[in-house]
Design a protein around this ligand. Structure first.
Ligand code: PD2
Ligand code: ZN
Length: 283
């Protein structure tokens, strides 16, 4: 058992930070820097932010809700048609909105994307919302690259399939991003939307608006580790070649509980292709 306790003072401080517009990641980093263990800090953040959501909403601090892709508009079913193939539905969670798909990609498609991406990998960068530039980020120890939309036949085929699966236009998708994680590499918990409180965000949003959903496609099966994790609901999605995890966030706020990360790869390597969906056309 942890020796640290979540005190009322700590809860009050977290609410102050959230209402001042600081992101959950910033608050978490500040808590870790002042000596809180990650376990206690995450528990305190989760409890405080989920229990205080009505108060935050009433104080007008939540961004507006926007439409998001919905892959299962008629409820849960065992499989869905994705334009050129039937895709299995393995798990369907309402809050946060998470759906795990099986056999979205064939083994050959996974291998081809890995081969095409392999020669172009560089240390992963993330968009720095303070300025809009990209930067190498210690929270993300993978290597990565972006394809342009439709750059290869296999990208085009997968993009059309994803558009059919999610009922969301191809034009609203960013190019596929491929990540390779070696042993020990991870992607610490984060949100995929752009933080509205950061000065660089308005410039980023000019091209297609906010990100509203993510689809992480598994291109191989790591020997051990590398799950995609959703700490707010303690959900781990096992990476399995050809499968994919979809999650959406209808506003750029932790209330969506879309906090997610890539757990460290323990043995072997992990390859994923991520498709981010924007509100509007991403040209
Ligand atoms: O590789 C993953 O599991 C993962 C986890 C969190 C990928 C992303 N985020 C991402 O590409 O945004
Ligand atoms: Zn992510």
């Amino acid at each position: 058992m942890s020796l640290q306790e979540v005190t009322p003072e700590l809860r009050g401080w977290i609410i102050e930070q959230a209402t001042a517009g600081r992101t959950t990641e910033e608050v978490l980093a500040a808590m870790l820097a002042s000596g809180w263990t990650e376990e206690v800090a995450l528990a305190a953040l989760e409890h405080t932010l989920t229990s205080q959501v009505p108060a935050l909403a009433a104080s007008g601090n939540l961004p507006p809700v926007v439409p998001v892709p919905e892959p299962l508009p008629h409820g849960t079913r065992a499989s869905v048609w994705a334009g050129d193939r039937q895709v299995d539905v393995i798990m369907n969670l309402a809050d946060p909105r998470v759906v795990v798909f099986g056999k979205l990609l064939s083994d050959d498609e996974c291998d081809e994307i890995i081969a095409l991406a392999g020669t172009r990998l560089a240390r992963s960068e993330t968009v720095q919302t303070a300025t809009g530039a990209t930067e190498v980020n210690e929270a993300r120890t993978s290597q990565g690259m972006f394809f342009d939309r439709g750059e290869h036949a296999v990208c085009q085929r997968l993009e059309a399939r994803i558009a059919a699966l999610l009922n969301w236009p191809v034009e609203n998708g960013e190019g596929l991003q491929v990540l390779r994680y070696g042993p020990g590499a991870e992607y610490k918990p984060h949100y995929d939307y752009f933080d509205p409180g950061q000065p660089g965000t308005p410039a980023i949003l000019k091209r297609g608006g906010q990100r509203v959903a993510s689809l992480v496609c598994y291109l191989n099966t790591p020997a051990l580790g590398g799950a995609t994790v959703f700490p707010d609901v303690k959900l781990d999605v096992a990476p399995l070649k050809g499968n994919a995890v979809f999650f959406s966030y209808d506003r750029a706020h932790p209330v969506t509980r879309s906090l997610h990360g890539g757990a460290p790869v323990v043995e072997g390597e992990k390859w994923v292709a991520t498709k981010w969906l924007r509100q509007g056309r991403f040209e």
